[in-house]
Design a protein around this ligand. Structure first.
Ligand code: CA
Length: 234
């Protein structure tokens, strides 16, 4: 897994998008791009970037709306790219929660300097709220919530749930789970994963709510909604 800072670029113009992708990748950043607001919100959840470059003028949901939505759950550094010099546009960006803005056209070296400044300012692990369906996990308070039910988690329950929420809809093999949560030294023949999955199910299925952590027999576990889980054997 890469430890380079991850930057998400949201830009509908192909020319600028590929310019940013190339320039920032060359600088050693891990870069992923989105072409519109909706896919940006989706990519934000999946990719978990360290910084967002966000164009204001996007088709459909604009950059200001994207910024507000992301600010509901995250204090990630956001640098807005705006084509307009008007003061009210810059103010709108900052009001929406952006940390900084740059007016197009801009020089790559100015962008690079702003990115470095924002990444320096950012706390190393800002609290995040992972969301999957109506399940939420707060990395700051280390508590979970599903619908009206909030619940506390022990250290290992928290680590296991965070692993699932970082990898929604991906099947996690038992060995992967051992390595990430318990470390390589742990006795793999024990039923520790089953025990902790049971604890998590008790906490996340309160009030008769649907199962989110499913067993894939002989393989491991997956977090997903029941409607897209036709092949799951419990
Ligand atoms: Ca644009």
């Amino acid at each position: 897994m890469s430890t380079d800072p991850k930057i998400m670029v949201v830009e509908d113009e192909e020319r600028i998008r590929s310019f940013l992708l190339k320039g920032l990748s060359y600088d050693g950043y891990d870069v992923q791009v989105a072409e519109d607001g909706k896919s940006a919100l989706h990519l934000f959840e999946e990719y978990r970037p360290d910084l967002i470059l966000l164009d204001v003028m996007l088709p459909g949901m604009d950059g200001l709306d994207v910024c507000r939505r992301i600010r509901e759950t995250s204090n990630i550094p956001i640098l807005m790219l705006t084509a307009k010099e008007a003061i009210e546009d810059r103010v709108a960006g900052l009001d929406a929660g952006a940390d900084d803005y740059l007016i197009k056209p801009f020089a790559l070296n100015e962008l690079q300097a702003r990115i470095r400044a924002l990444l320096r300012r950012a706390p190393t692990t800002p609290p995040q709220i992972f969301k999957f369906g109506n399940l939420e996990l707060d990395t700051g308070t280390r508590r979970g919530r599903r619908g009206d039910f909030t619940f506390d988690l022990t250290i290992k329950e928290y680590e296991l749930l965070e692993l699932f929420m970082r990898n929604p809809r991906n099947v996690l093999k038992r060995d992967q789970i051992y390595d990430k949560v318990w470390g390589y030294d742990f006795g793999r023949d024990s039923n520790i994963i089953e025990v902790y999955v049971r604890y998590l199910r008790q906490k996340t299925e309160q009030g008769d709510m649907s199962r989110l952590i499913h067993t894939i027999r002989g393989v491991g576990y997956v977090m997903r909604e029941e409607e897209d889980a036709a092949e799951i054997i419990e």
